[in-house]
Design a protein around this ligand. Structure first.
Ligand SMILES: Cc1ncc(C[n+]2csc(CCOP(=O)(O)OP(=O)(O)O)c2C)c(N)n1
Length: 626
């Protein structure tokens, strides 16, 4: 019986001698391993299954121990990890000590950059290619980018530059017609047209001349013939990237090894910028994911029995902050027709899909274009709308300048729902939302709110829309605690005291209030009686409340699920300084500068000392009772 091919693949060098048929068998084995592993630990299933054949063919043709390979986003690098000596670590994907779900140079020299945000691959690959050009090495550089990520401003900036600097850059467009959701926008429509054009692979005169000097491979010869035939019929549109200086080939079938290997071998020898359009199917080889790629983009652990897929119930959270926020938004939007909602390619993740169903004419999915999303919100606000941008804290970083120029500077009423703020769990350091308070706090006019419970969240959103300023409301990737901690109505810049005790005060921002309450309850049993307040606002800080807490307690601990540098605790210290309070009594608890690697969110919170036990520990120390 023939053994598993995968057992003999220790590095990409072991792929070199394989036949096309064996490459196909190997790809099937990799798909099975990816499906099994994601079933156990969760992960990006559909995108990864779609690029298995492409990845196997790339490693078969190129030598990425010398050549460069850059994955855009990096969520689709599982087959690459399996083929580059990380099969065992991959079995513990996204768990502590196992492989990260994204490229990670500390795991392998085959990973060039630590990535997780979309659109940067062309720029970084071009940088590598220019460095190789300057050194005269002849080393090749390839970037693999999806059709969703190609529409980011950053990717188009990279294409714009690559088209004129003459570096050897191969851009592989992995076109599966999907971002997380179906790809949106005019570029997507254009690519669909090109996708259905029989092999545009047409080469302009100069390219044909250049190719004439090369020993021509059969694939390119065929592409040229197709071009000539097509020219005769005059039906083949020119590819827009040809006008930007790229030689464009494709579309080729990303699941046909003969085509993939043949074309890779030929384009590998071409100098200058080359775009190869590859058609793939998200979820390829696993029917549930191929049928519903959106649902299987980021999959929760699941089991499969006799073709029936069962998602692990424990991991599906019906009572998420995301859902609570969109529930509140939908209610508000019923009464206020000015409210419109914007997402940057995350209708599912931000929950705004439901808003879009409810109010289709008031919902915009702009693609992976966070800068545009925020600037667009500025324009809509100027035009009298009340835009609400649902966005992950980590991706909002992209739009920093628009937050200043197009929102803050204009004094416009834009509300940001900053989802996944804080530690995010298994996606790890590329995705933590740890910096939003720090990068928003200094922007003139911004109000920064963080609810501790559902009531605070609804109150904040109502107030944000009513007051008409620039607001960010941050909440984590977690469940909302049941009930409300305080009946006190939300007012801008006002904290709410949840319980009182003389031995110390916990001033907790947002969802950390639940852990602070639990810590205080535990310490009651040890004779330590604490005050707990829900800070509600990181800006403006409730300076009155801070003054009272400082006056009435031996110490005050400001707690936040955010980087401790420049965050809420820093704002509390500034407020204390401005009032001439004894700032030595104020202490801060948040996330330090060391990267918090992939793990469960609960484990990450515990490691940062932000769970109930960690807060209690810190409080004991502050009380001198360690
Ligand atoms: C700047 C940024 N915004 C949003 C995301 C969330 N995100 C991760 S993968 C993805 C879809 C990428 O689509 P595409 O590039 O077509 O790749 P595919 O998943 O189809 O392979 C999105 C929106 C991100 N990683 N980075």
């Amino acid at each position: 019986m023939a053994g598993r091919l995968l057992d003999n693949i220790r590095s990409p060098a072991d792929l070199k001698g394989l036949s096309l048929e064996d490459l196909g068998r190997l790809a099937a084995e990799i798909r099975a391993l990816i499906t099994e592993t994601v079933g156990t630990h969760g992960g990006h299933l559909a995108s990864n299954l779609g690029v298995v054949d492409l990845t196997v063919a790339l490693h078969h043709v190129f030598d990425f121990s010398k050549d460069h390979l850059v994955w855009d986003v990096g969520h689709q690098c599982y087959a690459h990890k399996i083929l580059t000596g990380r099969r065992e670590a991959f079995r513990r994907l996204r768990t502590a000590g196992g492989a990260s779900g994204f490229p990670c140079p500390s795991e392998s020299p085959y990973d060039e950059f630590r990535t997780g945000h979309a659109g940067a691959s062309i720029s970084t690959a071009l940088g590598l290619a220019l460095a190789e050009k300057a050194a005269g090495t002849g080393v090749r550089t390839a970037a693999v980018i999806g059709d969703g990520a190609l529409a980011t401003g950053l990717a188009l900036e990279g294409m714009n530059h690559a088209g004129v600097v003459g570096a050897n850059l191969l851009v592989i467009l992995n076109d599966n017609q999907m971002s997380i959701s179906p790809t949106v926008g005019a570029l997507a429509r254009y690519l669909t047209r090109m996708r259905t054009t029989p092999a545009y692979g047409h080469l302009k005169q100069d390219v044909r001349e250049a190719l004439g000097r090369l020993p021509m491979g059969p694939r390119l010869t065929q592409a040229i013939h197709t071009f000539k035939d097509a020219l005769k019929e005059a039906v083949v549109p020119e590819h827009m990237f040809e006008h930007l200086g790229f030689r464009c080939f494709g579309p080729i079938d990303g699941h046909d090894f003969e085509e993939l290997v043949g074309v890779f071998e030929e384009v590998r020898r071409l100098d200058g910028p080359v775009l190869l359009h590859v058609r793939t199917q998200k979820g390829h080889g696993f029917a549930p994911a191929a049928e519903k790629p959106e649902a299987w983009h980021s999959a929760k652990p699941f089991t499969e029995r006799n073709g029936q897929v069962v998602t692990d119930e424990e991991t599906s959270a019906p009572d998420h902050w995301t859902e609570a926020a969109i529930d509140a938004l939908i209610v508000l939007a019923k009464a206020d027709e000015r409210i419109v909602a914007i997402t940057a390619a995350m209708p599912e993740g931000t929950g705004l899909l439901r808003f879009g169903r409810e109010y289709p004419g008031r919902f915009f999915d702009v693609g992976i274009c966070e800068q545009h999303a925020v600037a667009l919100a500025g324009g809509l606000a100027k035009g009298g709308r009340r835009p609400v941008v649902g966005i992950y804290s980590t991706f909002l970083q992209r739009a920093y300048d628009q937050l200043f120029q197009e929102v803050s500077l204009q004094g416009l009423p834009v509300v940001l729902l900053a989802d996944r703020a804080g530690l995010v769990g298994s996606d790890g350091p590329t995705h933590h939302g740890l910096y939003d308070i720090a990068y928003l706090r200094h922007l003139p006019g911004f109000v920064l709110a963080a609810p501790a419970d559902r009531g605070e969240l609804a109150g904040m959103l109502r107030l944000a829309v009513q007051t008409g300023g620039a607001w960010a409301i941050r909440y984590p990737r977690d469940r909302v605690p049941p009930g409300n901690f305080s009946a006190e109505a939300v007012a801008v810049g006002r904290a709410a005291v949840l319980r009182s005790g003389p031995d110390g005060a916990l001033l907790a921002l947002g969802a950390t209030a639940a852990a602070a309450m639990e810590a205080a309850a535990r310490l009651d049993g040890e004779g330590i009686r604490l005050t707990v307040a829900s800070a509600r606002f990181a800006k403006p800080v409730d300076a009155e409340c801070v003054a009272r807490l400082v006056a009435d307690h031996p110490w005050v601990l400001a707690i936040e699920d955010h980087a401790v540098a420049g965050g809420f605790g820093s704002a509390v210290l500034e407020a204390a300084e401005a009032r001439g309070l004894d700032a030595r009594k104020i202490h801060r608890l948040g996330v330090g500068e060391d990267l918090v690697e992939h793990d469960t969110r609960a484990a990450q919170l515990a490691a940062a000392g932000l769970d109930a036990e960690g807060i209690a520990r810190r409080a004991r120390t502050l009380c001198g009772k360690p």
